[in-house]
Write a protein of this length. Structure first.
Length: 437
């Protein structure tokens, strides 16, 4: 599961968020935490809101340290979380958040949340929780070791290496800690230098005398011993993709496809990813070389590939409304407005994408020179946007432009003034508003 941004959250979240921010500004930490918890109850993947909730809890704990009795009464909740983790990891995260609200620097409470976050596939929550402990207490192995693992999972190799350095200082004679430090240094080097310049993955492995090299060598040895084993080849392809050796990853995945015989959705998706990443890396090289002709050619290839891949995904998963929204954007950007409208009309059934889908519907109808229908979509979107966030600014601006074009100057000015009142730097609203005064 990926983190959800505030602007992509379901309806209702923004109101709780705004109330929480206002309460924090007034110093009412309890009410702020209540509001942030309500927002997370609707969408638990809002890391931005969880950070604010935790910041409020830490601020309160520093001003009024948690009473020992309150912490003791909260301890039985750990048993409940342990049983919840396998059944409903998101609910376990919510339960652990209540414990951390009581004592945000409690290692046992933090560990419970980290276990739940790992189970839910949300390592960013584990990083947030452990990072707060690390910032507020002397370095401890109980914090640094799981934090390093989370950093590795999220491929933040520079931060993983810093953790490993601290661990090795705390365990100077531990050979396993030293090996982990060397391995993390190798991953950091890989991330900086990339693997694209290697002629083959055997060359890459010779250049990097590390645990990662050993892992690849081991996989290659297993493939040589069992050439028909699909699992070994897919594991190698995953390593190559993470190492940015896209050509070798692509070649390995093509071998996997041949071995699989029948179509395998997972392999097909990895193939599409590898092709897109390879093309993107070539585009970056062309841009660095300022080869405009090559850049234009590669951009078109990349756009065509994304269109083809997304169309295939939409066909395979016809009920996935997020895919329909993504496909609609690609169609709109390529000038296929009627087809884009079809996708956005279906995508608006997704609560998280409804207002953005209405906005794009308006843009598509405007491009088809149907301003009345376009205006209707924007007015529908405005009715569902209580807070003047980035989406509402864009909707107001588009509506203002439509009103101006249709001769409704008063309504256009009202739209632009709403934006001007909160963000004078947005596009050219200052010029539009001040020019009429």
């Amino acid at each position: 599961m990926a983190e959800v941004r505030l602007e992509d959250a379901p309806q209702g979240v923004r109101a709780y968020y705004d109330k929480g921010i206002a309460a924090m500004e007034r110093g009412n930490l309890e009410y702020a935490m209540d509001m942030f918890e309500l927002a997370l109850g609707i969408e638990p993947r809002l890391l931005q809101v969880r950070k604010l909730l935790r910041a409020a809890a830490v601020k309160k704990a520093k001003a009024h340290p948690p009473a020992k009795l309150a912490v003791a009464k909260a301890m039985p909740g750990l048993l409940k979380i342990s049983s919840l983790i396998k059944k409903d990891a998101l609910q376990a995260i919510a339960a652990s958040e209540k414990l951390l609200r009581i004592d945000p620097l409690n290692l046992k409470f933090a560990k419970a949340q980290c276990d739940a976050a790992e189970r839910a596939g949300l390592p960013e929550i584990g990083i947030l929780t452990l990072g707060i402990l690390a910032d507020n207490a002397p370095p401890a192995l109980a914090v640094l070791e799981p934090l390093a693992k989370f950093y590795r999972t999220t491929e933040q190799f520079d931060l993983e290496y810093k953790c490993r350095e601290q661990i090795s200082r705390l365990k100077p004679t531990d050979t396993e800690a030293l090996k982990e430090l060397k391995d993390s240094a190798a991953r950091l080097t890989m991330g900086k230098a990339g693997w694209q310049k290697a002629e083959s993955y055997r060359d890459v492995m010779r250049e990097n005398a590390t645990g990662t090299r050993d892992e690849r060598e081991l996989l290659l040895a297993k493939i040589e011993a069992e050439p028909g084993n699909l699992n070994y080849r897919t594991a190698l392809a995953d390593l190559l993709l993470r190492g940015k050796d896209y050509e070798q990853a692509l070649s390995t995945l093509e071998q996997c496809q041949e071995l699989a015989g029948a179509p395998d959705p997972q392999i097909e998706q990895k193939l599409l990813t590898a092709k897109e990443l390879l093309l993107s890396s070539r585009l970056a090289e062309a841009e660095d070389a300022d080869d405009r002709e090559k850049v234009a050619e590669l951009r078109k290839q990349l756009a065509d590939m994304r269109m083809e891949n997304t169309a295939r995904q939409v066909e395979r998963y016809p009920n996935d409304l997020q895919l329909k929204f993504d496909f609609g954007k690609l169609l709109f950007e390529s000038g296929r407005h009627t087809e884009a409208i079809q996708q956005f009309q279906q995508a608006q059934r997704n609560p998280q994408r409804r207002t953005r889908a209405l906005l794009y519907l308006a843009k598509a109808f405007k491009a088809k020179e149907q301003p009345a229908i376009a205006r209707e979509q924007l007015e529908n979107a405005l009715a569902e946007l209580p807070t003047l966030d980035e989406t509402k600014k864009e909707v107001l601006y588009e509506l203002g432009e439509l009103c101006m074009a249709s001769g409704d100057a008063d309504q256009a000015e009202q739209c632009f003034r709403q934006i001007y009142a909160v963000d004078i730097t947005y596009r050219d609203v200052a010029k539009k508003v001040e020019g009429n005064e």
